[in-house]
Design a protein around this ligand. Structure first.
Ligand code: ARG
Length: 421
């Protein structure tokens, strides 16, 4: 067995089950690109500060490049006995370039390394998710993620295990090289907190709930009973027993996957709930929920956008369904208000008119003026400009309302803002 990088004080090697239980390479290899970025910045800083020679730095940088290529060609051997992504890369670098690689971990711990990698990974994941949100257009969900990105963009590197170091490192240099706003101010906080992932997964959860509600509505509208919309065959699936079925399954799954996104957030919150300050190995469990959440939300966004592009709204069917619910009743109450009747009284009058219609299976617009006048003498010939769904829609005119003019100016706003012209 190969000696562990941390093996100096150990007399026995770990059991196979402990090795298997404590490894994280099976999932944290997803951080390889960010781990290498971090190591490159760190090595350059060490050389700049005179902690390693320029020659050592060059050997480290070339070695890291070679390892990155091996990984991307699928030729890198990920070893469970090397525990995690950090030690896999460091040990492989040592195999490749020898002595200089042993200097790379100067003034660094896996504790600051892992949360640097993870912040870089989350930052990239946010950019990828925001791109997909923009494609579907959910404005506040994107800005929530960007707020979170700005708050997360501080660099833990150089906090080392928890206490920083006595060696003359330059944390501002590594922070800048990695595109962070600044180094984190407190070394214990830097290795301790996972609020940045919590916030990221919370923002994903809110987006997921938005998508789930959208999914529910589209599924309902696609049902035989509603028939308000028809998804194209390309975004539908069939049933293995019922030959006639065409199901809006992608959107049912969008609704379904929102559960795991919320679950990922809850896992992370509960993970951190009882932890004391600084790094605790429990924190290794923070990655899988984040990976899962990002993967799920990206799929949900892509499929929802495709679904949106492949829907036909059945206008006839929608138009025919509209009169059924006496949607013009509120407009009628407003009509009476405009004639000087207090709203509570007009509500009561219109309620009685609706009762009249319900008992005769009739629409408000089909009531005669005589029938209307028998309920309230305030009704006049002009009442018919307020009845019927189309008149009702025309009458809604307050800022942001569902009236036709308001909707079209809202559409104009977004077409300009999103540069869709
Ligand atoms: N694989 C570990 C993680 O993901 C790296 C940090 C290990 N640090 C430690 N003190 N054991 O959290």
């Amino acid at each position: 067995k190969e000696a562990k990088l941390w093996g100096g004080r150990f007399e026995e090697s770990v059991t196979d089950s402990v090795e298997k239980f404590t490894e994280s390479i099976s999932f944290d290899k997803a951080l390889y690109k960010h781990d290498i970025m971090g190591s490159r910045a760190h090595a350059s800083m060490l050389a700049h500060q005179g902690l390693i020679t320029d020659d050592d730095r060059d050997k480290i940088l070339d070695g890291l490049d070679a390892i990155k290529k091996q990984i991307e060609r699928g030729e890198f051997e990920w070893r469970t006995d090397r525990e995690d992504v950090h030690m896999n890369i460091e040990a492989a670098l040592t195999d490749l370039v020898g002595e200089p690689a042993k200097k790379l971990h100067t003034a660094r711990s896996r504790n600051d390394q892992v949360c640097t990698d993870f912040r870089l990974w989350c930052r990239d994941a946010i950019d990828a998710i925001v791109l997909r949100i923009k494609h579907l257009q959910l404005e506040r969900d994107a800005s929530r993620l960007l707020d979170c990105r700005a708050r997360m963009n501080f660099c833990p590197l150089g906090a080392c295990a928890l206490a920083g170091t006595g060696l003359p490192i330059d944390r501002f240099m590594t922070s800048e090289a990695l595109g962070f706003t600044a180094p984190m101010r407190n070394s214990i906080d830097a290795v301790s907190d996972r609020d940045f992932v919590m916030e990221f997964l919370a923002a994903n959860s809110i987006t997921a709930i938005h998508l789930s509600r959208l999914g529910e509505e589209w599924v309902l509208w696609a049902s035989e009973e509603f028939g308000f919309l028809t998804p194209s065959d390309s975004v539908s699936t069939g049933s293995s027993i019922m030959p006639q079925k065409k199901n809006p399954d992608p959107m049912e799954l969008v609704r379904g996957k929102s559960a795991r996104v919320v679950g990922d957030l809850v896992s992370l919150l509960v993970l951190c709930k009882g932890l004391p300050q600084a790094y605790n190995r429990d924190l290794q469990e923070d990655k899988e929920p984040a990976f899962d959440s990002a993967k799920a939300i990206m799929g949900m966004l892509e499929v929802s956008a495709e679904f949106a592009e492949n829907i036909t709204f059945n206008q006839e069917r929608i138009r025919n369904a509209l009169p059924a619910g006496h949607l013009d009743a509120t407009t009628l109450a407003d009509y009476l208000v405009k004639k000087g009747i207090p709203f509570r009284t007009s509500h009561d009058i219109v309620g009685r008119a609706v009762g009249f219609c319900v008992s005769r299976n009739r629409q408000l617009e089909h009531m005669t003026l005589t029938d209307l006048k028998s309920i309230s003498s305030t009704f006049d010939e002009d009442v018919y400009d307020f009845l019927g769904v189309e008149n009702s829609i025309k009458n809604f005119s307050s800022y942001g309302s569902t009236g036709s003019e308001c909707v079209s100016s809202q559409l104009d706003y977004w077409v300009t803002k999103l540069d869709l012209v």
